[in-house]
Design a protein around this ligand. Structure first.
Ligand code: BTN
Length: 150
C-alpha cells in the first residue's frame, strides 16, 4: 500500500491534467432557441463547413403570417480547427421579401454550455432608392441549445 500510493497520485495527476486539456467543442447541428424565442434547426454541416437548416422567427417587421424559412450558412474551417468556430448564415424569409444575414461565433461558456453569439442585418424591401436609408435593421441574438438534446 505504501508503494502504491505515490503511483496512484501520479496517475490521478496525469488524468487530471489530461482532463483539463480536453476542450469541449461547440458544434452547430441541432435545435437552437434565441432571446426573442425564435427557433432554428441546423440539420447538416458538410466537410467544407457548408450547412443548411430552417428558421422559425418569433417576431416579424411585417404584418404577414410567420412561416418556417430556409437558412444556408458556412462554418469557418481553419487548418487547425478551432473548438469555438465562427460562422455566418442567411435566412431567406418565406413569408416576406426580406433577407437576414447572421454572423457569429459558437462558444462553450463557463458552465460548459454551448452558446451562439450573433449579430444580424435584416434587409427589407423598399419601393425606391430614396427609401434605401431605412431598409436595414441591425441587432444581436444569443442562441442556446434546446434542452431535449443536450
Ligand atoms: C421579416 O420580418 O421580414 C422577416 C422576419 C425577420 C425576423 C428577424 S431576423 C433578426 C431577428 N431575430 C429573430 O430571430 N427574428 C428577427
Amino acid at each position: 500500500m505504501v508503494q502504491v500510493t505515490p503511483f496512484l497520485l501520479v496517475l490521478l495527476l496525469a488524468l487530471g491534467a489530461h482532463g483539463l486539456s480536453v476542450k469541449k467543442k461547440c458544434s452547430l447541428p441541432g435545435r437552437w432557441v434565441n432571446d426573442l424565442g425564435s427557433n432554428m434547426t441546423i440539420t447538416t454541416v458538410n466537410g467544407n463547413g457548408v450547412f443548411v437548416g430552417s428558421y422559425h422567427t418569433a417576431v416579424t417587421a411585417t404584418s404577414n403570417e410567420i412561416q418556417l424559412s430556409p437558412l444556408q450558412g458556412s462554418l469557418q474551417k481553419s487548418l487547425n480547427q478551432k473548438s469555438q468556430p465562427t460562422f455566418g448564415f442567411t435566412v431567406n424569409w418565406s413569408f416576406s421579401d426580406s433577407i437576414t444575414v447572421f454572423t457569429g461565433q459558437c462558444f462553450v461558456d463557463e458552465y460548459g454550455k454551448e452558446v451562439l453569439r450573433t449579430m444580424w442585418l435584416l434587409r427589407s424591401h423598399v419601393e425606391n432608392i430614396k427609401n434605401d436609408w431605412k431598409a436595414t435593421r441591425v441587432g444581436t441574438n444569443v442562441f442556446t441549445r434546446l434542452q431535449s438534446q443536450e
